[in-house]
Design a protein around this ligand. Structure first.
Ligand code: EPU
Length: 434
C-alpha cells in the first residue's frame, strides 16, 4: 500500500488537464453489453475502477483493450452473466450490469453490494424499476438472481433520483418492447452522457437531463460507427479548483465542461475566490483570505455530494463559520474526524457539520476512508503547516488519475511513497519536489 506525503504552504500556479468522467465511463462501458460487436470509446480515465469494469466485462466474456485515446470492447458474445462478490465489493457500480444483462441475455446473477464507508446504499430502486419492466428477482446466498423473458415498457416512479438506479433502468428500457417513462429520474450530466452513448447505438431516448426520461424500446442496438468520447470529469475538475482555493495561487483546469461545474464555481466565488470561465477552461485564483459559506448537498443541479469533503477542507481555513448539510448519504463525514487531527474545528451532528475556520492547519498522519475523503485530506495537506501523510490512498486511485503528478505540476511539494517509508525517505522525496 502507498501513502501520499505533502509539505504544505506553497501556492499553486499553472494548468491541470481534466480526464474523462469516471461516473460516466462506468455505465458507458457496461452499456456496451447491450449492443453485440466491437465498441470504441475515447477519453477513458486511467483508473482502477475502469480496469475493474473492463475485467468484469472480460469475466462476462467480452474482451477489451484499454488505451486512453481509444479503448476497444468486444461484446459479440456473452458467455457468463455473473458479477461475483469479489468484484462488486470493490466497486459498487458493478451492479450496473443488471440492466444490460437482463435486457440482452435474459438472466443475471449479481452479488448484493452491501454497505460502504459513506452509507447503507441499498439498490431497491434499481430492482423496483427492472421488475416493472418484467424482470423477476430472487435473493440467495448474498446474490440477486434475475430473469426476464423479454422486457416490456412501463411507467416507473423512483422514490429518489438515484444515479446508478436511473442508469440501470434506462439501459434495460432501451431494449424493452414499447415505451418506458422514468419519473423522478436523476439529472446528472453523467446520465446525459450515458443517454447520448445509447442514442449513438440506436436507442430512442427523450428527456435526458430532465426528471422525466422517455425511452422507446428498439429490437436491437449496434455499435456506433465512430468512437464515443466520454464527458470530462466535473468532480476531478472541481477538486483541482478547490486545490487552488485552499493553497492559494492561480490554477486553470483545462479540457473541462464548465456548464457541469456551476454549483462548485458558485460556492468558490462565495468563498472569495476569483473564478474565470473561458470555453473549456476554468481558472480559480485566490490571493486574499477565504470567506465562510454554506453547503447543502442535493441531486444535480444542486451542490454535488462528491464535492462536499473537498469544500469542507476549504472551509477549515476560512475566516468564520461554515455549515454543511449532507442530504444524499447518511455517513459521509468520515473525513471530519481526520481533519480534526490536523487542527480543524468541526462539529458533526447527524447530517449537519459546523466548521469554525482556523488560521491554519497543521500537518499530521491521517487515514483516507473513501475516494472523495482522500482527496479532501490531500487538499488539506496543501494548506497545512509541516508535513501531512495521507495513508490508505488506494481509494484515490479509483477516481483520480495521477493526482500526485498533477499537483506537483502546479508547484505542490507532494510525493507518493510506500506506506512503510521512513521519515528519511519522506524528507528526501519532498526535497526533490522543492
Ligand atoms: N438509494 C436508495 N435505494 C436505491 C438507490 C439509492 O435508497 O435503490 C439511496 C442511496 O442510499 C443514497 C441516495 O439514494 O442515499 C442516492 O444514491 P445514488 O443511487 O444516487 O448513488 P449511486 O448511484 O450509488 C452515484 C455515484 C456516486 C455519487 C452518487 C450521488 C457512480 C458510479 N457513483 O452513486 O459517486 O456520490 O451517485 O451523486 O455514479 C464517487 O464518485 O465518489 C461516488 C460515490
Amino acid at each position: 500500500m502507498d501513502k501520499i506525503v505533502v509539505a504544505g504552504g506553497r501556492p499553486l500556479n499553472g494548468e491541470i488537464q481534466t480526464s474523462g468522467a469516471k461516473n460516466a465511463a462506468l455505465p458507458i462501458l457496461v452499456a456496451t453489453l447491450l449492443a453485440p460487436g466491437e465498441h470504441r470509446i475515447t477519453n477513458l480515465p486511467n483508473l482502477v475502477d475502469i480496469s475493474s469494469t473492463l475485467s468484469l466485462l472480460g469475466r462476462i466474456g467480452c474482451p477489451s483493450l484499454f488505451q486512453a485515446e481509444s479503448t476497444r470492447v468486444d461484446t459479440t458474445r456473452i458467455a457468463f452473466s455473473e458479477a461475483p462478490y469479489d468484484v462488486v465489493r470493490k466497486m459498487r457500480a458493478s451492479v450496473l450490469v443488471l440492466g444490460p444483462l437482463l435486457a440482452r441475455h435474459g438472466a443475471c446473477k449479481v452479488s448484493l453490494p452491501g454497505g460502504c464507508a459513506i452509507g447503507v446504499r441499498p439498490i431497491d430502486q434499481h430492482l423496483k424499476g427492472l421488475e416493472a419492466l418484467g424482470a423477476r428477482f430472487e435473493l440467495s446466498g448474498g446474490y440477486i438472481n434475475g430473469r426476464a423473458d423479454g422486457l416490456r415498457g412501463a411507467e416507473i416512479n423512483l422514490d429518489m433520483p438515484t444515479v446508478t438506479g436511473t442508469e440501470n433502468i434506462l439501459m434495460a428500457a432501451t431494449l424493452a418492447e414499447g415505451t418506458s417513462v422514468i419519473h423522478n429520474a436523476a439529472r446528472e450530466p453523467e446520465i446525459v452522457d450515458l443517454a447520448n452513448f445509447l442514442i449513438s447505438l440506436g436507442a430512442r431516448i427523450e428527456g435526458a437531463g430532465t426528471s422525466t426520461l422517455t425511452i422507446h424500446g428498439v429490437p436491437r442496438l449496434s455499435p456506433a460507427s465512430r468512437p464515443y468520447r466520454v464527458l470530462p470529469d466535473r468532480i476531478e475538475a472541481g477538486t483541482y479548483l478547490c486545490a487552488a482555493a485552499i493553497a492559494g495561487g492561480n490554477v486553470t483546469v483545462t479540457r473541462c465542461e464548465p456548464s457541469t461545474l456551476t454549483a462548485v464555481i458558485d460556492k468558490l466565488r462565495e468563498a472569495g475566490c476569483e473564478i474565470t470561465v473561458d470555453d473549456d477552461r476554468v481558472t480559480c485564483a485566490r490571493t486574499g483570505e477565504l470567506r465562510p459559506f454554506h453547503v447543502d448537498t442535493q441531486p444535480h443541479p444542486g451542490f454535488p455530494t462528491d464535492m462536499q469533503a473537498q469544500l469542507m477542507a476549504v472551509a477549515c481555513i476560512a475566516n468564520g463559520t461554515s455549515t454543511f448539510r449532507e442530504n444524499i448519504f447518511e455517513n459521509r463525514y468520515m473525513h471530519a474526524a481526520e481533519l480534526l487531527r490536523m487542527g480543524a474545528r468541526i462539529d458533526v451532528q447527524g447530517r449537519v457539520a459546523t466548521v469554525r475556520g482556523v488560521p491554519s492547519l497543521t500537518g499530521a498522519s491521517v487515514m483516507a476512508s473513501d475516494l472523495r475523503a482522500s482527496a479532501a485530506l490531500v487538499l488539506s495537506g496543501l494548506a497545512a503547516q509541516g508535513v501531512t501523510q495521507v495513508l490508505r490512498i488506494y481509494h484515490l486511485d479509483r477516481g483520480y488519475e495521477d493526482m500526485t503528478a498533477r499537483l506537483r505540476g502546479v508547484g505542490a511539494s507532494i510525493a507518493r511513497l510506500a506506506d512503510d517509508a521512513d521519515e528519511q525517505a519522506v524528507q528526501a522525496s519532498l526535497r526533490e519536489t522543492r
